[in-house]
Design a protein around this ligand. Structure first.
Ligand SMILES: Cc1ncc(COP(=O)(O)O)c(C=O)c1O
Length: 385
């Protein structure tokens, strides 16, 4: 455990608490809460004795039915025919389940960089090696680098689209190549799709689990955290090949026994409202994103911000020699704005920051980004001079 990085959001959170008035562009959360129907369902379920008893490990039947319908409708994934679904306490747990189910100690899992930090942490906790492969200058998958990284110990390739921390959306062709490569080399394709509904402009989300032949080797991960403002209720789910079921069920039984029943009941009501709920907020998020990107682009050539067509992040590249953690700390201390340094996402050289704008509303975005732009100008000019 000593070799595993400390959770960066907690580190940044501590600094924010020490400096009241800091605007956080740090944590990847949305500004809205769950649908009213979910709150009502949870309230109605509270007095029921079954709510407080152990339930089926894979999830309550009503939620599994709702997920099955959603997977078919929104992802083109048909649950029958060799595919299983398990409800987990969030997408992070689904990833841990997947890693524990498919690896032996010493195995390798390929992670394109920048990665989502909890993915690397989970792989290392399973005593496996995260094999880091670069992405291109727009943070798109480098398929040759991925192919070259496969060894006899490789068990899986992970893709996250729409991406955290870059906001990149991977096109169907690239995802197909990864999925085909996995099929040919006997690997699993772990596809993290927790931002599936968060795309802007002409970008569209594609689920690799829907590709022909994918069901035998694709593990698809989803979450209600972002879509339904459900982060604290901890509901996610995974669709995975039948042959993994015994292993996944063992992990579930050991770690969670069953997903929190009250949250599952609320989740059924939320999924009944459907993705129209989060789509209502997308125009506002898109407007916030426009402000963020155009303000940050005003920092060029000091900084570069590649296209970020999904999720609610962009990944800023600073064209100066500076230590990202020092700059991040000084941004909080001296400019009262928080971002996450790039090394947390596996970028070990250069100076990068993730900017998260999901929690901002239009009223605060100008102030937050203004502080960031001003702070970076001041701090980086000092570094350069
Ligand atoms: C790519 C990605 N996967 C998974 C998660 C975990 O989400 P949760 O465990 O809340 O479902 C996050 C959260 O930020 C994420 O960015």
């Amino acid at each position: 455990m000593d070799a595993i990085q400390a959770p960066i959001i907690a580190v940044i959170g501590d600094l924010i608490r020490q400096h009241p008035g800091t605007i956080s562009l740090g944590q990847g959360v949305v500004h809205y809460g769950p649908p009213q129907a979910a709150l009502d369902a949870a309230r109605a379920a509270l007095p029921q004795p079954e709510t407080h008893q152990y339930q089926d490990g894979a999830g309550i039947p009503q939620l599994l039915d709702a997920i099955e319908a959603k997977l078919r409708r929104d992802n083109g994934i048909d649950r029958g025919n060799g595919l299983r679904v398990m409800v987990t306490a969030g997408g992070n747990m689904a990833f841990v389940h997947a890693i524990l189910a498919i690896t032996d100690p010493g195995d390798e899992v390929i992670l394109p960089v920048p990665f989502y930090f909890n993915h690397e942490m989970a792989i290392q906790m399973a005593d496996c090696t995260a094999v880091l492969v670069p992405t291109d200058d727009r943070y798109q998958l480098d398929l040759d680098a991925i192919r070259r990284a496969v060894t006899p110990r490789t068990r899986a390739i992970v893709t996250v689209t729409p991406n955290n921390p870059t906001g990149a959306v991977f096109p169907e062709a690239a995802l197909r190549e990864v999925n085909d490569l996995c099929a040919r080399r006997g690997l699993f394709h772990i596809s993290d799709e927790v931002y599936e509904y968060f795309t802007y402009g002409s970008a569209t989300h594609v689920s690799p689990g829907a590709f022909d032949g994918a069901r035998t080797h694709t593990i698809s991960l989803f979450s209600l955290s972002k879509t339904y403002g459900f982060a604290g209720s901890r509901i996610g789910y995974m669709a995975y090949p039948e042959r993994l079921h015994d292993a996944v069920a063992k992990v579930q039984d050991t770690v969670l026994v069953c997903p929190p029943v009250i949250s599952q009941i609320a989740a059924v009501a939320a999924m009944d409202v459907g993705p129209a709920y989060c789509r209502r907020y997308l125009p506002e998020l898109a407007a916030v994103r426009d402000v963020v990107l155009s303000e940050l682009r005003a920092l060029e050539p000091l900084c570069t911000v590649p296209a970020a067509d999904g999720a609610f992040y962009c990944f800023l590249r600073v064209n100066a020699q500076a230590d990202p953690m020092t700059i991040a700390e000084r941004l909080i201390r001296e400019h009262r704005v928080a971002v996450v340094p790039g090394h947390a996402f596996g970028v070990s050289s250069g100076c990068y920051f993730r900017v998260a704008y999901g929690a901002l509303q239009k009223a605060t975005v100008a102030e937050g980004i203004g502080r960031l732009v001003n702070g970076l100008r001041v701090l980086l000019e000092k570094v350069r001079s």
